[in-house]
Design a protein around this ligand. Sequence first.
Ligand SMILES: *Cc1c(COP(=O)(O)O)cnc(C)c1O
Length: 390
Amino acid sequence: MPFSVLQDDLTALEAKGLRRRRRTLDSAQSAQVVVDGKNHIAFCSNDYLGLANHPALIAAAQAGAATYGVGAGASHLVLGHARAHENLEQQLATFVGLPRALLFSTGYMANLGVVTALLGREDAVFADRLNHASLNDACLLSRAQFKRFAHNDLAQLESLLIATKVRRKLIVVDAVFSMDGDIAPVPELLALAERHDAWLLLDDAHGFGVLGANGRGVRAHFNVQSPRIIYMATLGKAAGGFGAFVAGDGTLIETLMQRARTYIYTTAMPPLLACAVSKGVELMASGALLRKQLNENIIQLKHALTSNLPEGWQLLPSITAIQPLVIGDNRAATNVAEKLAARGVLVPAIRPPTVPQGTARLRISLSAAHTQDDVRMLCDALIAAGREIS
Ligand SMILES: *Cc1c(COP(=O)(O)O)cnc(C)c1O
């Protein structure tokens, strides 16, 4: 059989409790979902403000389809760039308070495009060990020296910056770490970038729409501004749509447009999505009540789980919508997720290699769309599962 050489790897995954399986959603993404014909409360999505299924976004997408059709039909540089994309780029640049923004089809592609367009063999990139896989892949693909520092270890980062003699230096971090929920020390990172003449790429996939005044993201959260910052955020999370953008200095953005291969060699996102995202960003900007509801849910969860969990389970000290509950063992984490699912509560178990060995966890993600009752159901189910297991 031509692919039998692959079977050993799959068997090994199964044996280690690492084989992944999908659930099929029969409803819109939301706090309440239908899976396999059954209603569940879901804590799995990055739809932090509950906009993915918002009527205003649906209407904007429908109106966009009526104007532009469905497919963009071409890349941005070859007549795939519609007025809806152009308007959205301007809206995003204004919203985050940076000179210019460029849309990418996904966050993964934005990260690949930025790092490979800016760096080559003569350069070095400095990356936090817990960065998202797309940033790691971007660093490898760039062929720059790839220097990783321990999570949030500024002293190690500085010694690497001092020891490395190259043409260009780029520091890259998740602004909010996707599996831990903690926020990068952006002011300190920026100070290091300034002291060592480096650029700073902030991947704000989980902060955009959630952190800072009007949900402007991590820069607003810390009130930092610098022409050295390359700001990247995704549009498929809090903004409720799909895609991503990079914002910053005008020369930087023009370079990305001319050089980023994941921008140039791919079809533009459908303009109808740009219409929907534009509405999403508008609702984000005026979404103080949504952010308040989200924060109340976070506080309720932390309060309910403090001192009610079995020995060895640890709710990480995150103040963001990502609330990871570290269980440790791969099978135990899967087992708890299955117990919750049996009670109609969906929480993903995240295992290596997405997280370090021995730190398998439930990645609870909260949304403004969750009610107090939803959060209570989750906490009760977790406490009950903890009692059954210990
Ligand atoms: C989700 C995510 C991405 C990828 O964005 P997509 O638009 O889903 O491709 C990149 N970086 C981080 C930190 C993310 O969480």
